[in-house]
Design a protein around this ligand. Structure first.
Ligand code: EPU
Length: 419
């Protein structure tokens, strides 16, 4: 398994370009199942989760071509409306094929995801919604079998709690359902809006994406479309934190500043100077001391759970006590223990992590447990004294395109050790 070797202490200076959003590319790829015509996606990040989704769609009979960040998908015919355990196990976002498969073919057989490093991650809300749209759901041998031989029917669906992929999955199911569907307490993430934009280009009738009420009027068929994926706000946020933690002067190019507003507000409070020289560029610099600032993760537009681990690494360098509260996933503090091995002073109490800083981190051998946790360990390594070895970096490759090249281009001493 490959590892990263990082020698800390270099302030990162220069600019980094952001790739397309993984969490937008995943549902838009699944949307290609809804039509027999080609769907062309641009700005698709070349990361492992995208390749896994391509593999899943290929298994189902979709032709997938992926060159130079452009992906052409065509589901002329769906051979197997299934998502096997071997694929769902490695990527829970595979559940995103459920809604489009039932909508297009009237049936789907999708493995249940099971547990994961950050929490239970059930899909009960996807299933309850599909049932309301008229699908019959059965659970057999660890698989969900959904059938709707006479098609789906529009319904009023109120989500018990906000779910991002659940909203996306049901939006894709509802676009081909007969009549009107209303999704209440829907997720408002930019990725939901991006998916709605693609679906609209494909001929769907959707109103309200980006608000908590989405109205969908079903149509009988959708056609092909071309769509450019939005920039990855979590990648952008990770590099803004990289600039701040190393006290460098780093510009993040090609981002949507509004999508990282909850993070930049916290960074400013912490003493980070943030400039926006162009509409899609943010630059960070730390002119004085860094101060501890509490954070609570929330659904968008709140502070993203996907930036919590990276923010925790930053707080180890700030003066004072920061209380970090995780409200979205129940088990998303695995990085705290690894950061503590590097010298951080962090106490975890249930859903809160209390970080006392600043502490001089020292390089150590650490293990990445999930995608964002591994990003936080890389950030810690960039500021730690001496050598940090981050093991199991396949986690980071799920969602960060060329991270070592991007970081090296702004001065970081990071290299891959093949093994
Ligand atoms: N939940 C349920 N039942 C469901 C669905 C969700 O109880 O049927 C719970 C989850 O267990 C969790 C909460 O609701 O406690 C929110 O989960 P959500 O469904 O919103 O998460 P997700 O859609 O599975 C997406 C991102 C995650 C990101 C979360 C939260 C994709 C492909 N994944 O996951 O991204 O953390 O939203 O913003 O969009 C990542 O990129 O590293 C990542 C984990």
């Amino acid at each position: 398994m490959d590892k990263f070797r990082i020698i800390g202490g270099v302030p990162l200076t220069g600019e980094i370009w952001v790739s397309g959003a993984k969490n937008s590319a995943l549902p838009t790829m699944a949307a290609a199942l809804l039509t027999s015509e080609p769907v062309l996606l641009e700005n698709v990040p070349n990361v492992r989760d995208i390749r896994t989704m391509a593999q899943l769609l290929d298994y189902e009979g979709v032709s997938v071509e992926f060159h130079d960040h452009t992906m052409r998908l065509q589901a002329a015919e769906i051979r197997r409306p299934e998502a096997p355990y071997e694929i769902v196990r490695t990527m829970r976002a595979s559940a995103l094929v459920l809604g489009p498969l039932v909508a297009r073919t009237g049936r789907a057989r999708v493995s249940l995801p099971g547990g994961c490093a950050i929490g239970a991650r059930p899909i009960n809300l996807h299933l309850a919604g599909l049932q309301q749209l008229g699908a019959h759901i059965e659970q057999v041998h660890g698989y969900i079998e959904a059938t709707a031989p006479n098609g789906l029917k529009g319904a009023f669906i109120h989500f018990d709690r906000i779910t991002v992929t659940g909203t996306e999955d049901l939006m894709m199911a509802a676009v081909l359902a007969e009549g009107e569907t209303i999704l209440e307490n829907a997720a408002r993430e930019p990725e939901v809006v991006d998916l709605a934009q693609l679906l609209t280009k494909m001929g769907a009738q959707i109103e309200g994406a980006g608000t908590s009420t989405i109205r969908i009027r079903g149509v009988s068929r959708l056609h092909g479309a071309t769509h450019r994926i939005i920039p990855d706000r979590i990648e952008a946020g990770t590099y803004l934190i990289a600039g701040a933690i190393t006290r460098g002067e780093l510009c993040v190019r090609g981002c949507v500043p509004e999508h990282v507003a909850a993070l930049t507000a916290k960074l400013r409070q912490a003493g980070v100077e943030i400039r926006q020289p162009t509409p899609d560029t943010l630059c960070v610099r730390v002119p004085g001391l860094l101060h501890s600032v509490d954070v609570t993760t929330e659904e968008y537009p709140g502070f993203a759970t996907d930036l919590q681990a990276q923010y925790m690494a930053l707080m180890t360098q700030a003066h004072g006590i920061a209380i970090i509260t995780e409200t979205i996933f129940e088990n998303r503090f695995m990085h705290a223990l690894e950061l503590a091995r590097m010298g951080a002073n962090i106490r975890v109490e249930g859903r809160q992590a209390i970080v006392a800083g600043p502490t001089q981190l020292t390089g150590a051998a650490v293990i990445a447990s999930d995608l964002r946790a591994s990003a936080s360990l890389v950030l810690a390594g960039l500021v730690a004294k001496g050598e940090t070895i981050v093991d199991r970096i396949y986690h980071i490759e799920r969602g960060y395109e060329n991270i070592e090249h991007k970081l090296r281009s702004v001065g970081a001493r990071i290299e891959r050790i093949r093994g």
